[in-house]
Design a protein around this ligand. Structure first.
Ligand code: UDX
Length: 435
C-alpha cells in the first residue's frame, strides 16, 4: 500500500486516482477548483468515464480515496506525488504551456517530508523533469525526492479499461530508489503488462512519439482514402488488407474527417515545436498537422458541394464530439467542419447524444440544436455524420428518407452500410470510395 497524492482531477488525474485506490493504495486527489472538489466530496463525479462511478463510490466509502483543495495535507507523508495538471497549448507558440506544472511543483516542494517520488503523469516536453527537479530543489533544498516521468496512455471514454489493462507501463528515471517505488506501485500489473524502465528524457519522448505516430497513421489512412476516391479503389478493403499485416496492425486505420481531441492536435503541435527547439525538424509531423487542418476545411466544402442544387437547404449534422463515447468537443473535427460550413450556410441543425451542451458553448447561436437525430433530419436536404456514435448505425433509414427534403447522406465516418443506405433510397457519399 502506498500513500499517493494526485495533483489535478481532470481526465487523467481522476481515473488514475480511482484506479490506484482500487489497487489498494490510499489516494488523495488535490485540485485548486473548490467547486470541483466540493462536488466530488458530495459523491458526484465531475466527468463521465465508463465504469468509473462504481469504483469511485466503493473506494470513497472505504476511505481509500479522498478529495481536497489543501495541497499540504495531501503531500505531507505521501510516498508518491503525481502531477496530472493540464498542459494546454500556448495560444501563440503552440508549445505545451507549463505554467500549471511549474506552479504545482513550486507549491508541493515545501510540503515534501521523507523520501518522495514526484511522478509526472501530465504530457510534458522533453526536459521538463529536469526543470521540475530544479524548482523543487530551489524551494526546498533539504527535500529528499526524485522526479520520475510516468506517461499516461489512457483514452477518453476507456480510461478505466485502459488503467487496468495497460499495454505498457513506462517509468522514466535514472534513480534506482525511485524505480523501486514505482515498480511496487504497479506490481499488480506484473505478468500482465510490459514494464519499461528508461531514462527520463526517453520516457518523456515516448509519450509524444506515440501520439504523433498514431496521428500520422490516421493522416496516412485519410490520404489513402483520398487516393481511393480518385483511383476507384475502396478504402474499407484497402485498410482491411493493410491491417492484416501484423507489422501494420488493424487499429487506427479508420478514415474519417481528421483526428481531433484534447491530445493528438496538442501533442503533435508540441512535438513539432520541440523539433524546432532542439534543431531537429520533424517534417512528417509538420505535414500531418497541416494536412489534418486542411482536411476539415475540405470536408466542410464537400458537404456544401453536396447541396449545391439547394444552396439554402437545411444541413443536418449528426455528431459533435471529437469521437464516439464522449461528450468532449475539444478540437473536435465536427466543430471545425461546422465552422467551415457556416461560411456558406445559415441553415444548419446539429445533434449529438452527449455533447450538445459542450458544443453550445462553442457554436452559440450560429446553428440550431435538435433533441434527436430525427428532429435534426426533418426537412433536411442532407444529413452529415461527423461522429461515430453507435446510435447512428441503427438509424431508421426508411423513416429518415420520408422526413427529409432530399434523401442524401454524407457519412464522414464510414459508419453505414452503403447497400442499406442506397436501398432505403438515399444518395450516399462516404470516405474513400468513388461517388
Ligand atoms: C489519445 C491516445 O489514443 C491516448 O493513448 C492518449 O493518452 C490520449 O490521446 P483520445 O484523445 O482519447 O486518446 O482519442 P483516440 O481514441 O486516440 O482518438 C483520437 C482522434 O483520432 C479522434 O478524433 C478519433 O476519431 C480519431 N481516429 C482514431 C480516427 O480518425 N481514426 C482512427 O482509426 C482512430
Amino acid at each position: 500500500m502506498k500513500k499517493v497524492a494526485i495533483i489535478g482531477t481532470g481526465y487523467v488525474g481522476l481515473p488514475t486516482g480511482v484506479g490506484l485506490a482500487e489497487l489498494g493504495n490510499r489516494v488523495v486527489c488535490v485540485d485548486k477548483l473548490a467547486d470541483k472538489i466540493d462536488k466530488l466530496n458530495r459523491g458526484e463525479l465531475t466527468l463521465y468515464e465508463d465504469g468509473m462511478e462504481e469504483l469511485f463510490r466503493k473506494n470513497v466509502a472505504a476511505g481509500a480515496l479522498s478529495f481536497t483543495t489543501d495541497m499540504e495535507s495531501a503531500v505531507k507523508g505521501a510516498d508518491i506525488v503525481m502531477l496530472a495538471v493540464g498542459t494546454p497549448p500556448h495560444p501563440v507558440t503552440k508549445e505545451a504551456d507549463l505554467k500549471y506544472i511549474y506552479a504545482a511543483a513550486e507549491e508541493l516542494a515545501g510540503y515534501l517530508d521523507g523520501y518522495t517520488v514526484v511522478a509526472t503523469k501530465s504530457t510534458v516536453p522533453v526536459g521538463t523533469g529536469d526543470e521540475i527537479e530544479q524548482i523543487i530543489a530551489k524551494v526546498n533544498p533539504k527535500a529528499d525526492f526524485d522526479v520520475v516521468s510516468l506517461p499516461e496512455f489512457l483514452r477518453e471514454g476507456f480510461a478505466i479499461h485502459d488503467f487496468f489493462n495497460p499495454d505498457r507501463i513506462v517509468i522514466g528515471t535514472d534513480s534506482e530508489k525511485a524505480r523501486k517505488v514505482m515498480l511496487e506501485l504497479y506490481r499488480p500489473f506484473e505478468g500482465k503488462s510490459e514494464f519499461l524502465c528508461v531514462k527520463r528524457r526517453s520516457s518523456e519522448t515516448i509519450k509524444y512519439a506515440s501520439n504523433a505516430f498514431l496521428a500520422m497513421k490516421i493522416h496516412y489512412v485519410n490520404e489513402m482514402a483520398d487516393f481511393c476516391e480518385c483511383s476507384g479503389a475502396d478504402i474499407r478493403e484497402v485498410a482491411k488488407g493493410m491491417g492484416l499485416d501484423s507489422r501494420i496492425g488493424k487499429k487506427f486505420l479508420n478514415p474519417g474527417p481528421g483526428y481531433g481531441g484534447s491530445c493528438f492536435p496538442k501533442d503533435t503541435n508540441a512535438m513539432a515545436q520541440m523539433g524546432k527547439k532542439f534543431g531537429s525538424h520533424l517534417n512528417l509531423i509538420e505535414t500531418t498537422i497541416a494536412e489534418n487542418d486542411n482536411r476539415k476545411v475540405k470536408m466542410g466544402r464537400r458537404v456544401i458541394e453536396a447541396i449545391k442544387e439547394h444552396p439554402e437547404g437545411k444541413i443536418a449534422v449528426l455528431g459533435l464530439a471529437f469521437k464516439g463515447g464522449t461528450d468532449d468537443c475539444r478540437e473536435s473535427p465536427a466543430i471545425d467542419i461546422i465552422k467551415e460550413m457556416i461560411k456558406y450556410s445559415r441553415n444548419i441543425t446539429v445533434y449529438d447524444p452527449k455533447a450538445l451542451n459542450n458544443a453550445k458553448s462553442i457554436l452559440n447561436n450560429t446553428v440550431s440544436y435538435a433533441n434527436d437525430a430525427e428532429e435534426a433530419c426533418s426537412g433536411a436536404d442532407v444529413a452529415v455524420i461527423l461522429t461515430e456514435w453507435e446510435d447512428f448505425r441503427t438509424l431508421d433509414l426508411g423513416r429518415l428518407a420520408k422526413i427529409m427534403n432530399c434523401a442524401k447522406i454524407v457519412d464522414l465516418r464510414n459508419m453505414l452500410s452503403a447497400e442499406a443506405v442506397k436501398q432505403a433510397g438515399f444518395e450516399y457519399q462516404c470516405i474513400g470510395q468513388r461517388k
